[in-house]
Design a protein around this ligand. Sequence first.
Ligand SMILES: C[S@@+](CC[C@H](N)C(=O)[O-])C[C@H]1O[C@@H](n2cnc3c(N)ncnc32)[C@H](O)[C@@H]1O
Length: 380
Amino acid sequence: MQRKDKKPKAKALRNMPQFKCGFRDAVASVQEKHVRDGTAKSSVLSFFSGCGGLDLGFIGGFSVLGTWYPKLPFEIIAAHDILQDAVDCYRLNLSDNIENTDLSKVSPELFPAADILIGGFPCQDFSSSGPKTGFDGSRGNLYKVLLGYMKSHRPRMVLGENVSYLAKLRNGLYLRTILEEFEAIGYHFDVWDLYAPDYGVPQSRRRLFLVGVRDDISGFPVKPCPVTAGHPVTISKALSDLEDIADERIPNQSQYFISSKATGGGGQGDNVNDPDKVSYCIRANARGRIQFHYKLDRRLTVRECARLQTFPDEFVFPFTTQRNLTLIGNAVPPVLGYHVAKAISDFLESVSGKSLSDSKSNIASMTLRREFAIQEELAL
Ligand SMILES: C[S@@+](CC[C@H](N)C(=O)[O-])C[C@H]1O[C@@H](n2cnc3c(N)ncnc32)[C@H](O)[C@@H]1O
């Protein structure tokens, strides 16, 4: 169909870059230098893994925007996602340990036992830009996949991740219900509401992390301290070196949606970014309405979106523009994931060898703190 202005309809560039290797091959030698020999590793099982944003945060050993994020003492023993693109991209960049699995259909006992379970359960039904169907939505009950595994294997710690609107929807009813179900089986949970620009991510993005510790383990991880609050990394700082590159010298920099001009879309697409601020949120379902570059007369490229999500440049995306952007927009920014994973690693190191009792007062204060976090979120 032709547009009213007779210009060709905006569509994804068709070129699919061919990548023989990804992050895992490109940085293997760099990583090895930084691994502390003999460090005891905690095993991690990853559900709803996507292309591996959160998982990369747990693995560590990558460099983004001039900062090195060292290896962390975690080993991802298995990862699962239902989307084949996610599985292929994860395999290309991180590990062969991922499988295409419909997690709603597999009995939890069939998964391996792990120290830590992580999973950003699907957020569409809890998102402010979705149908807000909550538990009635087709994916609104998938948090129960985490619950099933917890009952069956009793990992020491659990990390769930979702949109911050989960705390607001129906006045926090869905979030409270999920936490009550998790806690009823012998865990205590806190909710960390993290604003990504406070942690070195050059993008406006807020996410909830549901952090759970098994009741017999005393103490709790400390919420990561902001590192760039008040002085965030701006979009121009993050992307300026890409301004003159329009080809695949930097992977995925040739891929973007063609479009004539920005119209201003209230943060939901079509806006021009401000060079002196963090970028608008990178959305998974943008459907071509990716935000515009702060200086150039075009939308952001796949690589620029990946940078704003803090994927290292060695982490490559092998599909068309739309398919790549779905994976990128769905991901937890690896740098944000790293800060959460580091807090967990510090905690596990502090409890190793300690008595696993004396956790009752800890649980009581946790419940209070968590309620305070929900109230704060509602007040925003
Ligand atoms: C928010 S994304 C997770 C992104 C991931 N944490 C990351 O950082 O890259 C949610 C993922 O859940 C997956 N998913 C949805 N329903 C699923 C199911 N029934 N079984 C397995 N995975 C599912 C989606 O394909 C999507 O990749």
